[in-house]
Design a protein around this ligand. Structure first.
Ligand code: UDP
Ligand code: MG
Length: 338
């Protein structure tokens, strides 16, 4: 498959004033080198350092190439990107960070992979320029995501990524408030790959993620990916109850062998009974978790499926009935609900 679709580069910006001139210069240059229609969508995520005004001015100066979407308040990096996606028009959507840690010059490499027929192209930061604790933390998270999604990507934290329009439309069809885009994209992509990319130190300013915000982001990732922790509660409960039954049986045997004075006059037996009910409580909690997990899934309203093509004309099309229901078409679902 080799279409040379148009490219939208989406960049979330939160208090990045010192990086913006260089970011714009390098990104525009990289986009011009793509040799196809492109646009740059800069989403200001409620900055308070003058970035907002600067972006508005840049969009006026580069009319027809650069668009600034200015959020009223800080919505978070992933929500800002989704907002940019909703406003972008390209066939291929590329995201990167505004702090120049992701070199814009790598955009062409990602786009070329989409041209090869991939739906999502991730990237792996070579010689990552971040604090050691961030790298170790990421290593654990990446391993966890690989295990639970089965999609073999090595660097979920790197936001230098490219997506085909179809995948982005499906993501926009999801109604969840807290999400983690690279993991969400895996749900809707058929062919996923990754490329090595360069990584630089933050050009100016400091990370916009405090430890607290970083931990919250990992919870977004976890809950976006799976409801397994809720189910785990049930299994823990079943294990505790099963062990307590075994413990009770053992106590009975020992009592028969050593007589009634053994086992602290029934205190041990009380423990066995108590463990059984503690286990039962866990099971009850897990059961509630199952219902909550289902409510969570329903609230997110993720598209149930993506139609690739429908082959063959039938009665319905011939009589010119209106289009298929919104659920079959995530983009329609999104716009109808927006
Ligand atoms: N960002 C944002 N909203 C936020 C936090 C961050 O739009 O609430 C943007 C930020 O401006 C940058 C990108 O998200 O373009 C990544 O943020 P940062 O570089 O601070 O994260 P780190 O590299 O430390 O993970
Ligand atoms: Mg950064």
């Amino acid at each position: 498959m080799s279409d040379r679709g148009s490219v939208s580069v989406v960049i979330p910006v939160y208090n990045e004033m010192a990086n913006l001139p260089e970011l714009l210069r390098r990104t525009v240059e990289a986009c011009r080198g793509l040799g196809r229609p492109w646009e740059l969508v800069l989403v200001d995520d409620g900055s308070r350092d003058g970035s907002t005004e600067w972006l508005a001015e840049a969009a006026r100066e580069h009319a027809g190439e650069v668009k600034a979407v200015l959020l009223y308040r800080n919505a978070g990096q992933h929500n800002a990107i989704l907002c940019g996606f909703a406003s972008a028009q390209g066939d291929i959507l590329v995201t990167l960070d505004a702090d120049l840690q992701n070199p814009p010059e790598e955009i062409g490499k990602l786009v070329a992979k989409i041209d090869e027929g991939f739906d999502v192209v991730g990237s792996v930061r070579q010689d990552r320029q971040d604090a050691l604790f961030r790298k170790v933390f990421s290593g654990v998270i990446n391993l966890m995501v690989r295990r639970s999604t089965g999609v073999i990507l090595h660097d979920y934290g790197c936001m230098l990524r490219a997506y085909r329009r179809r995948v982005v439309d499906a993501m926009l069809g999801c109604r969840e408030r807290h999400t983690f885009i690279p993991v969400l994209a895996n749900l809707f992509a058929k062919r996923v790959t990754e490329v090595p990319v360069a990584h630089a130190e933050r050009a100016a300013g400091t990370s916009k993620y405090s430890v607290f915000k970083l931990v919250n982001l990992q919870f977004d990732l976890l809950t976006c990916m799976t409801a397994a922790p809720l189910r785990a509660v049930t299994y823990v409960g079943v294990c505790i109850s099963a062990l307590s039954v075994g413990f009770g049986a053992l106590l009975l045997v020992l009592r028969l062998v050593y007589g009634p004075e053994w086992a602290a006059a029934g205190v041990f037996t009380l423990f066995a009974v108590m463990f059984f009910f503690i286990g039962a409580q866990f099971v009850a909690l897990g059961l509630m978790g199952e219902y909550i997990g289902r409510i969570h899934a329903d609230v997110r309203e993720r598209p149930r499926y993506l139609i690739d093509r429908v082959v063959g004309e039938t009665l319905r099309e011939r009589v010119g009935r209106p289009e298929s229901p919104a659920h079959a078409n995530p983009r329609a679902a999104h716009h109808a609900g927006a």
